[in-house]
Design a protein around this ligand. Structure first.
Ligand SMILES: C[S@@+](CC[C@H](N)C(=O)[O-])C[C@H]1O[C@@H](n2cnc3c(N)ncnc32)[C@H](O)[C@@H]1O
Length: 456
Protein backbone atom coordinates (compact mmCIF):
# COMPACT_ATOMS: atom_id res chain seq x y z
CA UNK A 1 0.00 0.00 0.00
CA UNK A 2 1.90 3.02 -1.23
CA UNK A 3 0.92 6.59 -0.66
CA UNK A 4 0.57 8.44 -3.95
CA UNK A 5 2.86 11.42 -4.39
CA UNK A 6 -0.25 13.56 -5.00
CA UNK A 7 0.17 17.14 -3.96
CA UNK A 8 -2.48 19.79 -3.99
CA UNK A 9 -1.22 22.56 -6.30
CA UNK A 10 -3.19 25.29 -4.55
CA UNK A 11 -1.39 24.41 -1.34
CA UNK A 12 2.08 24.51 -2.81
CA UNK A 13 2.91 27.27 -0.37
CA UNK A 14 0.26 27.90 2.21
CA UNK A 15 1.79 31.14 3.37
CA UNK A 16 1.83 32.44 -0.21
CA UNK A 17 -1.78 31.50 -1.02
CA UNK A 18 -3.06 32.59 2.38
CA UNK A 19 -1.30 35.80 3.42
CA UNK A 20 -1.49 36.06 7.16
CA UNK A 21 -3.87 38.82 8.19
CA UNK A 22 -2.88 41.43 10.67
CA UNK A 23 -3.68 40.80 14.27
CA UNK A 24 -7.44 40.25 14.67
CA UNK A 25 -9.18 41.33 17.87
CA UNK A 26 -10.51 38.14 19.38
CA UNK A 27 -13.77 37.89 21.30
CA UNK A 28 -13.52 36.59 24.85
CA UNK A 29 -14.64 32.94 25.15
CA UNK A 30 -18.09 33.84 26.48
CA UNK A 31 -18.60 36.15 23.53
CA UNK A 32 -17.35 33.80 20.82
CA UNK A 33 -19.31 34.42 17.67
CA UNK A 34 -20.62 31.05 16.59
CA UNK A 35 -21.47 32.17 13.06
CA UNK A 36 -18.62 31.29 10.70
CA UNK A 37 -16.54 34.43 10.38
CA UNK A 38 -16.05 35.48 6.79
CA UNK A 39 -12.28 35.07 6.78
CA UNK A 40 -12.63 31.43 7.84
CA UNK A 41 -15.71 30.52 5.93
CA UNK A 42 -14.63 28.57 2.89
CA UNK A 43 -17.56 28.37 0.52
CA UNK A 44 -17.80 25.18 -1.51
CA UNK A 45 -16.24 25.80 -4.87
CA UNK A 46 -13.51 28.06 -3.51
CA UNK A 47 -10.08 26.66 -4.31
CA UNK A 48 -8.53 24.64 -1.51
CA UNK A 49 -5.95 26.69 0.28
CA UNK A 50 -7.99 29.85 0.16
CA UNK A 51 -9.69 30.97 3.31
CA UNK A 52 -12.46 32.92 1.59
CA UNK A 53 -13.07 36.54 0.69
CA UNK A 54 -11.56 39.01 3.09
CA UNK A 55 -12.32 41.97 0.85
CA UNK A 56 -15.98 43.03 1.15
CA UNK A 57 -15.89 44.43 -2.41
CA UNK A 58 -15.18 41.01 -3.89
CA UNK A 59 -18.06 39.52 -5.94
CA UNK A 60 -20.13 36.96 -4.05
CA UNK A 61 -19.04 33.33 -4.26
CA UNK A 62 -20.97 30.97 -6.54
CA UNK A 63 -23.93 29.28 -4.81
CA UNK A 64 -22.93 26.20 -2.81
CA UNK A 65 -23.08 22.92 -4.72
CA UNK A 66 -24.91 20.04 -3.03
CA UNK A 67 -22.40 17.96 -1.07
CA UNK A 68 -21.88 14.49 -2.31
CA UNK A 69 -19.41 11.83 -1.31
CA UNK A 70 -17.24 11.46 -4.37
CA UNK A 71 -17.34 7.82 -5.43
CA UNK A 72 -13.76 6.64 -5.09
CA UNK A 73 -12.29 5.10 -8.19
CA UNK A 74 -11.22 1.56 -7.62
CA UNK A 75 -7.60 1.30 -6.43
CA UNK A 76 -7.23 5.06 -6.31
CA UNK A 77 -5.55 6.19 -3.15
CA UNK A 78 -8.12 8.34 -1.31
CA UNK A 79 -5.50 10.22 0.72
CA UNK A 80 -4.16 13.61 -0.23
CA UNK A 81 -1.13 15.16 1.32
CA UNK A 82 -0.36 18.82 1.25
CA UNK A 83 3.18 19.66 0.33
CA UNK A 84 3.73 21.24 3.69
CA UNK A 85 5.62 19.18 6.25
CA UNK A 86 7.39 20.34 9.38
CA UNK A 87 10.23 18.85 11.39
CA UNK A 88 10.47 18.30 15.13
CA UNK A 89 13.84 16.79 16.00
CA UNK A 90 14.39 13.75 13.78
CA UNK A 91 10.72 13.40 12.87
CA UNK A 92 8.92 14.99 9.96
CA UNK A 93 5.18 15.56 10.31
CA UNK A 94 2.73 16.24 7.48
CA UNK A 95 -1.00 16.85 7.15
CA UNK A 96 -2.91 14.12 5.28
CA UNK A 97 -6.60 14.23 4.36
CA UNK A 98 -9.04 11.50 3.37
CA UNK A 99 -12.01 13.40 1.92
CA UNK A 100 -14.28 10.42 1.22
CA UNK A 101 -13.89 8.83 4.68
CA UNK A 102 -17.19 8.04 6.36
CA UNK A 103 -19.30 8.67 3.27
CA UNK A 104 -17.85 12.09 2.54
CA UNK A 105 -17.46 13.39 6.10
CA UNK A 106 -13.68 13.30 5.74
CA UNK A 107 -10.82 13.14 8.24
CA UNK A 108 -7.36 14.72 8.46
CA UNK A 109 -4.29 13.33 10.20
CA UNK A 110 -1.09 15.08 11.21
CA UNK A 111 1.58 12.45 11.64
CA UNK A 112 4.77 11.05 10.11
CA UNK A 113 4.59 9.61 6.58
CA UNK A 114 5.49 6.16 7.98
CA UNK A 115 2.70 6.16 10.54
CA UNK A 116 0.34 7.50 7.92
CA UNK A 117 1.12 4.63 5.57
CA UNK A 118 0.54 2.05 8.28
CA UNK A 119 -2.52 3.67 9.88
CA UNK A 120 -3.99 4.47 6.48
CA UNK A 121 -3.65 0.84 5.43
CA UNK A 122 -5.59 -0.59 8.38
CA UNK A 123 -9.33 -0.36 9.10
CA UNK A 124 -11.20 1.87 9.28
CA UNK A 125 -8.95 4.31 7.41
CA UNK A 126 -8.41 2.01 4.43
CA UNK A 127 -12.14 1.77 3.85
CA UNK A 128 -12.95 4.49 1.36
CA UNK A 129 -16.68 4.48 1.96
CA UNK A 130 -16.89 3.16 5.50
CA UNK A 131 -20.49 3.16 6.71
CA UNK A 132 -21.38 5.88 9.20
CA UNK A 133 -21.97 4.66 12.76
CA UNK A 134 -25.74 4.11 12.98
CA UNK A 135 -26.95 7.67 13.55
CA UNK A 136 -29.70 8.47 16.02
CA UNK A 137 -32.06 10.52 13.86
CA UNK A 138 -33.05 12.92 15.12
CA UNK A 139 -30.50 13.07 17.95
CA UNK A 140 -32.03 13.28 21.46
CA UNK A 141 -30.52 16.75 22.02
CA UNK A 142 -30.28 20.19 20.48
CA UNK A 143 -27.67 22.95 20.72
CA UNK A 144 -28.61 26.11 22.58
CA UNK A 145 -26.81 29.15 23.91
CA UNK A 146 -26.41 28.81 27.67
CA UNK A 147 -25.72 32.04 29.58
CA UNK A 148 -22.04 32.18 30.61
CA UNK A 149 -21.19 28.90 28.84
CA UNK A 150 -21.41 29.61 25.11
CA UNK A 151 -23.18 26.89 23.16
CA UNK A 152 -24.14 23.66 24.93
CA UNK A 153 -26.29 20.62 24.25
CA UNK A 154 -29.65 20.10 25.94
CA UNK A 155 -31.81 16.92 25.98
CA UNK A 156 -34.98 17.14 23.87
CA UNK A 157 -36.43 13.85 25.16
CA UNK A 158 -35.89 11.55 28.14
CA UNK A 159 -32.56 9.74 27.83
CA UNK A 160 -32.20 6.55 29.87
CA UNK A 161 -28.91 5.72 31.61
CA UNK A 162 -26.89 3.51 29.28
CA UNK A 163 -28.21 5.00 26.02
CA UNK A 164 -25.64 5.98 23.43
CA UNK A 165 -25.97 9.68 22.72
CA UNK A 166 -23.27 10.14 20.06
CA UNK A 167 -20.71 8.20 18.05
CA UNK A 168 -18.60 10.45 15.87
CA UNK A 169 -15.30 10.32 14.02
CA UNK A 170 -12.76 13.19 14.33
CA UNK A 171 -12.26 16.14 12.05
CA UNK A 172 -8.54 16.02 12.74
CA UNK A 173 -6.18 13.71 14.62
CA UNK A 174 -2.74 14.97 15.63
CA UNK A 175 0.04 12.57 16.54
CA UNK A 176 0.96 13.30 20.15
CA UNK A 177 4.63 13.52 19.13
CA UNK A 178 3.72 16.30 16.70
CA UNK A 179 1.47 17.96 19.27
CA UNK A 180 4.25 18.08 21.85
CA UNK A 181 7.28 18.32 19.56
CA UNK A 182 6.36 20.85 16.85
CA UNK A 183 6.81 24.56 17.34
CA UNK A 184 3.43 26.19 17.89
CA UNK A 185 3.56 28.09 14.57
CA UNK A 186 4.46 24.94 12.65
CA UNK A 187 1.64 22.97 14.25
CA UNK A 188 -0.78 25.83 13.57
CA UNK A 189 0.26 25.84 9.90
CA UNK A 190 -0.26 22.08 9.54
CA UNK A 191 -3.60 22.33 11.35
CA UNK A 192 -4.70 25.10 8.98
CA UNK A 193 -3.92 22.88 6.03
CA UNK A 194 -5.58 19.84 7.65
CA UNK A 195 -8.79 21.76 8.23
CA UNK A 196 -9.15 23.52 4.88
CA UNK A 197 -8.53 20.22 3.10
CA UNK A 198 -11.59 18.63 4.73
CA UNK A 199 -14.94 18.60 2.89
CA UNK A 200 -16.41 22.10 3.21
CA UNK A 201 -19.21 21.23 5.64
CA UNK A 202 -16.87 19.49 8.07
CA UNK A 203 -14.23 22.23 7.96
CA UNK A 204 -16.91 24.94 8.46
CA UNK A 205 -18.23 23.12 11.54
CA UNK A 206 -14.68 22.88 12.93
CA UNK A 207 -14.06 26.59 12.36
CA UNK A 208 -17.34 27.36 14.11
CA UNK A 209 -16.19 25.73 17.36
CA UNK A 210 -15.20 27.85 20.33
CA UNK A 211 -11.62 28.90 21.14
CA UNK A 212 -10.89 29.52 24.81
CA UNK A 213 -8.66 32.39 25.96
CA UNK A 214 -7.50 35.28 23.80
CA UNK A 215 -3.77 35.25 24.41
CA UNK A 216 -1.27 34.82 21.59
CA UNK A 217 -3.87 34.90 18.84
CA UNK A 218 -2.48 36.84 15.88
CA UNK A 219 -3.36 34.96 12.73
CA UNK A 220 -5.99 32.66 11.33
CA UNK A 221 -3.57 29.79 11.96
CA UNK A 222 -3.46 30.78 15.65
CA UNK A 223 -7.24 30.55 15.77
CA UNK A 224 -7.27 27.10 14.19
CA UNK A 225 -4.63 26.09 16.77
CA UNK A 226 -6.69 27.56 19.62
CA UNK A 227 -9.87 25.84 18.45
CA UNK A 228 -7.96 22.59 18.28
CA UNK A 229 -6.46 22.85 21.79
CA UNK A 230 -9.76 24.00 23.35
CA UNK A 231 -11.60 21.01 21.97
CA UNK A 232 -9.06 18.18 21.66
CA UNK A 233 -9.40 14.79 23.38
CA UNK A 234 -6.68 12.24 23.99
CA UNK A 235 -7.38 9.36 21.60
CA UNK A 236 -5.02 6.36 21.86
CA UNK A 237 -4.89 4.34 18.65
CA UNK A 238 -3.96 0.64 18.53
CA UNK A 239 -1.53 -0.07 15.71
CA UNK A 240 -1.62 -3.23 13.61
CA UNK A 241 0.37 -6.03 15.24
CA UNK A 242 3.73 -6.40 13.51
CA UNK A 243 5.26 -9.84 12.99
CA UNK A 244 7.82 -11.07 15.52
CA UNK A 245 10.83 -9.99 13.46
CA UNK A 246 9.22 -6.92 11.92
CA UNK A 247 10.31 -3.58 13.20
CA UNK A 248 9.26 -0.21 11.85
CA UNK A 249 10.80 2.91 13.23
CA UNK A 250 8.25 5.03 15.07
CA UNK A 251 5.61 2.28 15.15
CA UNK A 252 4.21 1.38 18.54
CA UNK A 253 1.45 -0.95 19.65
CA UNK A 254 -0.49 1.96 21.05
CA UNK A 255 0.03 5.48 19.73
CA UNK A 256 -1.33 8.60 21.33
CA UNK A 257 -3.20 11.12 19.22
CA UNK A 258 -5.06 14.29 20.16
CA UNK A 259 -8.31 14.64 18.22
CA UNK A 260 -11.10 17.14 17.73
CA UNK A 261 -14.68 16.11 16.94
CA UNK A 262 -17.25 18.67 15.86
CA UNK A 263 -20.23 17.15 17.75
CA UNK A 264 -18.62 16.11 21.05
CA UNK A 265 -16.86 19.47 21.29
CA UNK A 266 -20.16 21.20 22.02
CA UNK A 267 -20.50 19.41 25.36
CA UNK A 268 -19.85 21.67 28.32
CA UNK A 269 -18.18 20.58 31.54
CA UNK A 270 -19.68 19.53 34.90
CA UNK A 271 -17.85 17.96 37.86
CA UNK A 272 -20.56 15.27 38.23
CA UNK A 273 -21.48 14.86 34.55
CA UNK A 274 -24.44 12.94 33.16
CA UNK A 275 -22.45 11.56 30.20
CA UNK A 276 -19.37 9.40 29.96
CA UNK A 277 -17.30 8.59 26.90
CA UNK A 278 -14.44 6.60 25.49
CA UNK A 279 -12.57 6.56 22.21
CA UNK A 280 -12.99 3.38 20.20
CA UNK A 281 -9.74 2.87 18.30
CA UNK A 282 -11.22 0.18 16.03
CA UNK A 283 -13.79 2.57 14.48
CA UNK A 284 -11.96 5.83 15.35
CA UNK A 285 -15.17 7.00 16.98
CA UNK A 286 -15.81 8.87 20.16
CA UNK A 287 -18.66 7.08 21.89
CA UNK A 288 -20.73 9.05 24.37
CA UNK A 289 -23.27 7.42 26.73
CA UNK A 290 -25.73 8.64 29.37
CA UNK A 291 -24.55 7.54 32.83
CA UNK A 292 -27.75 8.63 34.56
CA UNK A 293 -31.35 9.11 33.45
CA UNK A 294 -31.65 12.56 31.83
CA UNK A 295 -34.85 14.61 31.57
CA UNK A 296 -35.83 16.82 28.60
CA UNK A 297 -34.38 20.31 29.09
CA UNK A 298 -31.38 19.07 31.11
CA UNK A 299 -27.97 20.09 29.83
CA UNK A 300 -25.75 17.23 28.63
CA UNK A 301 -22.31 17.38 30.23
CA UNK A 302 -18.98 15.58 30.34
CA UNK A 303 -16.06 16.14 32.68
CA UNK A 304 -12.94 17.86 31.36
CA UNK A 305 -10.86 17.06 34.48
CA UNK A 306 -10.40 14.31 37.06
CA UNK A 307 -13.59 14.52 39.13
CA UNK A 308 -11.90 13.09 42.23
CA UNK A 309 -9.60 16.10 42.67
CA UNK A 310 -10.45 18.75 45.29
CA UNK A 311 -12.74 21.55 44.06
CA UNK A 312 -9.96 24.17 44.14
CA UNK A 313 -7.70 21.99 41.95
CA UNK A 314 -10.53 21.36 39.50
CA UNK A 315 -11.32 25.07 39.34
CA UNK A 316 -7.74 26.14 38.72
CA UNK A 317 -7.28 23.54 35.95
CA UNK A 318 -10.52 24.63 34.25
CA UNK A 319 -9.53 28.30 34.49
CA UNK A 320 -6.00 27.68 33.19
CA UNK A 321 -6.89 25.39 30.28
CA UNK A 322 -10.42 26.43 29.30
CA UNK A 323 -10.72 29.95 30.79
CA UNK A 324 -13.92 29.50 32.80
CA UNK A 325 -15.07 29.19 36.39
CA UNK A 326 -17.19 26.12 37.00
CA UNK A 327 -20.63 26.82 38.44
CA UNK A 328 -21.80 23.21 38.81
CA UNK A 329 -23.33 22.15 42.17
CA UNK A 330 -20.09 20.41 43.24
CA UNK A 331 -18.25 23.74 42.86
CA UNK A 332 -20.78 26.27 44.11
CA UNK A 333 -22.36 24.66 47.18
CA UNK A 334 -22.21 26.58 50.47
CA UNK A 335 -18.81 26.41 52.16
CA UNK A 336 -19.72 23.72 54.71
CA UNK A 337 -21.23 21.53 51.95
CA UNK A 338 -18.23 22.10 49.71
CA UNK A 339 -15.93 21.01 52.57
CA UNK A 340 -18.01 17.86 52.97
CA UNK A 341 -17.81 17.13 49.24
CA UNK A 342 -14.01 17.58 49.26
CA UNK A 343 -13.74 15.36 52.36
CA UNK A 344 -15.72 12.64 50.56
CA UNK A 345 -13.44 12.91 47.51
CA UNK A 346 -10.38 12.58 49.80
CA UNK A 347 -11.89 9.52 51.48
CA UNK A 348 -12.59 7.96 48.06
CA UNK A 349 -8.88 8.32 47.19
CA UNK A 350 -7.84 6.89 50.57
CA UNK A 351 -10.19 3.89 50.34
CA UNK A 352 -9.03 3.13 46.80
CA UNK A 353 -5.42 3.06 47.99
CA UNK A 354 -6.33 0.71 50.86
CA UNK A 355 -8.40 -1.62 48.71
CA UNK A 356 -5.74 -1.80 46.00
CA UNK A 357 -2.93 -2.58 48.43
CA UNK A 358 -3.44 -6.27 48.95
CA UNK A 359 -0.78 -6.44 51.63
CA UNK A 360 -2.99 -4.53 54.08
CA UNK A 361 -6.29 -5.81 55.34
CA UNK A 362 -9.33 -4.39 53.58
CA UNK A 363 -12.88 -5.60 53.88
CA UNK A 364 -15.96 -5.76 51.65
CA UNK A 365 -17.49 -3.12 53.94
CA UNK A 366 -14.81 -0.66 52.82
CA UNK A 367 -15.72 -1.35 49.19
CA UNK A 368 -19.42 -0.83 50.03
CA UNK A 369 -18.50 2.48 51.67
CA UNK A 370 -16.63 3.44 48.49
CA UNK A 371 -19.83 2.85 46.46
CA UNK A 372 -21.83 5.03 48.87
CA UNK A 373 -19.29 7.85 48.56
CA UNK A 374 -19.39 7.78 44.74
CA UNK A 375 -23.20 7.86 44.93
CA UNK A 376 -23.25 10.78 47.37
CA UNK A 377 -20.92 12.73 45.08
CA UNK A 378 -23.09 11.90 42.04
CA UNK A 379 -20.07 10.33 40.34
CA UNK A 380 -21.97 7.79 38.24
CA UNK A 381 -19.36 8.40 35.59
CA UNK A 382 -16.74 6.56 37.71
CA UNK A 383 -18.88 4.24 39.86
CA UNK A 384 -17.79 1.13 37.95
CA UNK A 385 -14.44 1.51 39.73
CA UNK A 386 -16.20 1.02 43.09
CA UNK A 387 -18.29 -1.90 41.79
CA UNK A 388 -15.07 -3.55 40.61
CA UNK A 389 -13.52 -3.30 44.07
CA UNK A 390 -16.70 -4.57 45.74
CA UNK A 391 -16.76 -7.61 43.40
CA UNK A 392 -13.11 -8.38 44.21
CA UNK A 393 -13.56 -7.92 47.98
CA UNK A 394 -16.68 -10.09 48.23
CA UNK A 395 -15.00 -12.77 46.15
CA UNK A 396 -11.94 -12.30 48.32
CA UNK A 397 -13.88 -13.49 51.36
CA UNK A 398 -15.64 -16.26 49.45
CA UNK A 399 -19.10 -14.65 48.94
CA UNK A 400 -19.61 -15.53 45.27
CA UNK A 401 -23.23 -14.29 45.14
CA UNK A 402 -22.42 -10.72 46.12
CA UNK A 403 -19.22 -10.83 44.05
CA UNK A 404 -21.18 -11.72 40.91
CA UNK A 405 -23.76 -9.03 41.58
CA UNK A 406 -21.07 -6.32 41.74
CA UNK A 407 -19.18 -7.77 38.77
CA UNK A 408 -22.41 -7.48 36.76
CA UNK A 409 -22.87 -3.85 37.89
CA UNK A 410 -19.23 -3.11 37.05
CA UNK A 411 -19.68 -4.48 33.51
CA UNK A 412 -22.97 -2.63 33.04
CA UNK A 413 -21.41 0.77 33.80
CA UNK A 414 -17.77 0.09 32.93
CA UNK A 415 -18.49 -0.94 29.33
CA UNK A 416 -20.04 2.50 28.74
CA UNK A 417 -17.03 4.34 30.06
CA UNK A 418 -14.08 2.26 28.91
CA UNK A 419 -15.30 0.06 26.07
CA UNK A 420 -14.97 -3.69 25.71
CA UNK A 421 -11.21 -4.14 25.29
CA UNK A 422 -10.01 -3.62 28.85
CA UNK A 423 -8.36 -6.07 31.27
CA UNK A 424 -10.93 -5.28 33.98
CA UNK A 425 -13.77 -6.23 31.58
CA UNK A 426 -12.15 -9.64 30.95
CA UNK A 427 -11.56 -10.04 34.67
CA UNK A 428 -15.19 -9.30 35.60
CA UNK A 429 -16.44 -11.63 32.86
CA UNK A 430 -14.21 -14.40 34.24
CA UNK A 431 -15.54 -13.76 37.72
CA UNK A 432 -19.16 -13.93 36.56
CA UNK A 433 -18.46 -17.15 34.64
CA UNK A 434 -16.85 -18.90 37.59
CA UNK A 435 -16.04 -16.98 40.77
CA UNK A 436 -14.16 -19.88 42.33
CA UNK A 437 -11.60 -19.93 39.48
CA UNK A 438 -11.07 -16.17 39.50
CA UNK A 439 -7.73 -14.97 40.92
CA UNK A 440 -9.57 -13.17 43.75
CA UNK A 441 -11.42 -16.23 45.09
CA UNK A 442 -10.92 -16.20 48.89
CA UNK A 443 -7.68 -14.19 48.41
CA UNK A 444 -8.29 -12.19 51.59
CA UNK A 445 -8.20 -15.46 53.47
CA UNK A 446 -4.86 -16.50 51.91
CA UNK A 447 -1.36 -14.97 51.95
CA UNK A 448 -0.76 -11.80 49.91
CA UNK A 449 1.66 -13.59 47.50
CA UNK A 450 -1.03 -15.94 46.24
CA UNK A 451 -3.29 -13.22 44.84
CA UNK A 452 -2.75 -11.83 41.31
CA UNK A 453 -4.76 -8.62 41.00
CA UNK A 454 -5.92 -6.86 37.83
CA UNK A 455 -5.91 -3.06 37.84
CA UNK A 456 -8.99 -0.98 37.09
C1 LIG B 1 -15.19 22.19 24.37
S1 LIG B 1 -15.90 23.78 24.41
C2 LIG B 1 -17.57 23.43 24.85
C3 LIG B 1 -18.56 24.07 23.91
C4 LIG B 1 -18.60 25.58 23.97
N1 LIG B 1 -19.46 26.04 25.06
C5 LIG B 1 -19.05 26.19 22.65
O1 LIG B 1 -19.72 27.24 22.69
O2 LIG B 1 -18.70 25.67 21.61
C6 LIG B 1 -15.14 24.39 25.87
C7 LIG B 1 -15.47 25.81 26.19
O3 LIG B 1 -16.84 25.91 26.58
C8 LIG B 1 -16.98 26.77 27.72
N2 LIG B 1 -17.45 25.95 28.85
C9 LIG B 1 -17.47 24.60 28.94
N3 LIG B 1 -18.02 24.20 30.11
C10 LIG B 1 -18.33 25.30 30.79
C11 LIG B 1 -18.92 25.54 32.07
N4 LIG B 1 -19.28 24.54 32.87
N5 LIG B 1 -19.10 26.84 32.45
C12 LIG B 1 -18.74 27.87 31.64
N6 LIG B 1 -18.17 27.70 30.42
C13 LIG B 1 -17.98 26.44 29.99
C14 LIG B 1 -15.62 27.36 27.98
O4 LIG B 1 -15.53 28.58 27.29
C15 LIG B 1 -14.68 26.34 27.37
O5 LIG B 1 -13.46 26.91 26.96
Amino acid sequence: HVLSPFTCPALSDISATCPLPQSQPQPRPQEVNHKPSSIYHRTPGTPVGYYGPSDPTEPPSPPPQPQQAAAPEKDKNPWTKGPLCRRAGHDEFCAFTHTTFHSGRGISLITTPTRMLLLGSQPPLNETLSPPATPDTPPPYTDVTIPGKGIGLVATEPIRAGRRVMAATPAVMVDDKAFRGLRRDDLAMLLGQAIISLPAQHSARFLNLSASGDDDVRTQFDIVHKIFTTNAFRTPVQGVELGENEKIEGWEKEMDYQSTFVEVSRLNHACAPNLGYYFDSATLSHRVYAVKDILPGEELTISYVDVLQPSTTRQSLLAKTWSFTCTCPRCTAEAHLLDESDARARQIQQLRRELDDHSVSATPEKAELLITLYELEGLHVRIYEAYYRAAIEWNGVGDSGRAMRYARLCLDKGLLLRGPNRPFVDSMRELVADPTHHWSWRFRLKSAQEAKPTAV
